[in-house]
Design a protein around this ligand. Structure first.
Ligand SMILES: O=C[C@H](O)COP(=O)(O)O
Length: 329
């Protein structure tokens, strides 16, 4: 990795990206998409070993990762108190003295991600911070509730104040190759979101093949997805590096052909700072610096921030603190 540029990317100004409007479903393009599984897996396997980022640059990448976290709680036992604590953490992800020492006062996470019932709590707790609230929707995580209820759920969440909606696609449309049905579903979800940005969760661990992941990514972008996201965090296999390569190359192809940049959100099971840095370095290599801003890249993660905080503390003091000192909720 180019360490000089790595530090520089932490301080790039935010740019407003024109929203992907989508396009007509182009089945020829969809069917032409392939994924060479062994080549993708070979490339992904080399990544963790060969990325070594040193000292100050490592801290800069970890701060960058924080700014891109959708700090998430999606548990059946979520409470108002837990969501308020999570929002306080999003506002101040790392101790102020540490942020001052690292030259990043005012750093926040990219968003807070919750279930519908917790939207108003999160909106209240984040008021004035500029941190958006993302809500999972459409019968998350399986997406098997009646279609009209899935659309209504989006509308309710937008009305409650969510700025971003994370929808789940119907995996069966991918598994049966019904691209028209997937496109129509995604189009309807995008329409229901209005001005709220929509992230399409593919649940890649349930799609059967990397080729299906590539095609589903493309169809969701054609239907107007603002982001494509790997997983709900509830599948048995969630974000992986091979899936990431396939999805970000689909994003690059879509940009090359349409001029629209779609965002990427790996989610589920990313809990270590060193893994986050590998993801960021891959994005930088395959998509470039522009995609390292929170409007185009997010980690969906419930516990990653705690590990980053520990690593930053170690960077500053030479000591590790106990994990329990970095509880999220
Ligand atoms: O979208 C976010 C995921 O549900 C979070 O997954 P995690 O708890 O494995 O970090």
């Amino acid at each position: 990795m180019d360490n000089q540029t790595a530090e520089h990317t932490t301080h790039l100004p935010l740019v407003t990206e024109p929203r992907n409007p989508g396009m007509a479903l182009n089945l020829d393009w969809v069917r032409a998409v392939q994924a060479n599984t062994s080549a993708v897996e070979r490339r992904a396997a080399t990544l963790p070993g060969r990325r070594s980022v040193k000292k100050d640059y490592q801290a800069a990448w970890m701060l960058k990762a924080i700014s891109c976290i959708d700090l998430t709680t999606l548990s059946g036992d979520d409470t108002v108190g837990r969501v308020r604590r999570l929002c306080a953490k999003a506002r101040q992800p790392v101790r102020t003295d540490m942020l001052d020492a690292l030259g990043m006062p005012g750093l926040t996470t990219g968003a807070v991600c919750v279930y519908h019932d917790m939207i108003t709590t999160a909106v209240d707790a984040l008021r004035g911070s500029g941190i958006p609230v993302a809500a999972v929707s459409t019968g998350f995580p399986a997406g098997l509730s009646p279609f009209h209820l899935r659309v209504a759920e989006i509308e309710e969440s937008v009305k409650a104040g969510a700025h971003e909606i994370d929808i789940v696609i119907s995996r069966r449309h991918v598994l049966t190759g019904d691209w028209q049905a997937l496109y129509d579903e995604m189009r309807a979800f995008r329409h229901a979101c209005g001005d709220a940005h929509v992230k399409a969760i593919l649940a890649t661990g349930e799609l059967g093949s990397l080729r299906n992941v590539a095609r589903a990514s493309l169809v969701c972008m054609m239907a107007g997805a603002d982001f494509i996201k790997t997983s709900t965090g509830k599948e048995s296999v969630n974000a992986t590096l091979p899936v990431t390569l396939v999805m970000i190359r689909a994003i690059r192809d879509y940009f090359d052909r349409t001029g629209y940049r779609v965002g990427y959100k790996p989610a589920g099971g990313i809990s270590k700072a060193k893994d986050a840095v590998v993801y960021l370095s891959l994005i930088k290599e395959e998509l470039g610096d522009r995609w390292l801003q929170p409007d185009l890249f997010r980690f969906g993660a419930s516990s990653l921030l705690g590990d980053i905080e520990r690593q930053l503390e170690h960077h500053l003091t030479g000591h590790y603190s106990a994990g329990y000192r970095h509880a999220m909720g």
